[in-house]
Design a protein. Structure first.
Length: 260
């Protein structure tokens, strides 16, 4: 099958080992030459959490033929190498207390799949606006339509010379002050690196960046692991465009706090 997976440029790896601890699935290790290697293809979820910590740029996500990610196998691997506490954070394991358990006939069964750390259910405490059952409304700072990356045109005139905000879908719902804090004065593109069909995203964003002489480029993502994929898509797009422009990253916690 063709899927996204980590690729390591061996000559750039300095053996720091940060990627091996950043990977919740323990898919990376240092070999006898102190270079990062992929332990097994089936342990890599392709989300790229390790990319954020690599100081040399030796890691990248590529799309190629390979064995599919196996959450069950990754869980068992981490259970053996790091223990139960670490194993519960493996991508694709249902809930926060995943473990092997006995079936009715005494047979061991694998934990249920599908519960990404970024989709684990939780309740967020806080006060609703106004306190009287009515939300305090504010003016929208959205100044163009459409906004979904699949639908926008890189050649739309409103992108010319603009400050561009590329935001993960969930950010505007998590951050109550999204409009005044992040969107004001900017053009907007939204996308989800986990649920969207992202083929062509890098090329489309590269064309948008190349054609529009942007003043600034900001990426807003959530703290959940899969969301970092959007930042890496934008980084790749900037590289492909050949335009020298910095990418400012804004990270939002699921409790609505702006981390950076």
């Amino acid at each position: 099958m063709k899927r996204k997976i980590i690729e390591i440029e061996r000559d750039l790896c300095d053996g720091c080992g940060l990627c091996t601890t950043a990977c919740a699935e323990d898919a990376l290790a240092l070999d006898e030459e102190n270079k990062a290697v992929l332990v097994k293809e089936i342990f890599c979820d392709g989300m790229g959490a390790c990319l954020d910590v690599c100081p040399t740029g030796a890691l990248k996500i590529v799309e190629r033929e390979g064995d599919g990610y196996d959450a069950g196998a990754a869980y068992e691997h981490v259970l053996k190498t790091r223990g139960k506490k670490a194993a519960k954070h493996v991508h694709g394991i249902e809930g926060q207390h995943s473990h092997r358990h006995q079936g009715a006939a005494g047979q061991k069964r694998m934990p249920a799949m599908g519960g990404c750390p970024g989709s684990a259910a939780c309740e967020i405490p806080g006060e609703s606006g106004g306190g009287q059952g009515k939300a305090i409304s504010g003016a929208s700072e959205l100044r163009q339509w459409p906004i979904q990356l699949h639908l926008v045109s890189p050649y739309a005139p409103y992108f010319k010379g603009s400050d561009l905000l590329i935001a993960a879908d969930c950010t505007a719902f998590a951050l109550g002050s999204f409009h005044p804090d992040l969107l004001i004065g900017k053009r907007l593109v939204i996308a989800c690196p986990k649920l969207d069909e992202t083929e062509g995203y890098v090329e489309k964003l590269a064309e948008l960046i190349k054609q529009n002489d942007l003043r600034s480029l900001t990426v807003a993502i959530m703290t959940v692991p899969c969301c970092s994929g959007l930042y890496h898509i934008v980084e790749q797009a900037v590289g492909l465009s050949g335009v020298k422009i910095g990418v400012q990253r804004k990270v939002i916690h699921i409790d609505g706090k702006l981390a950076s």
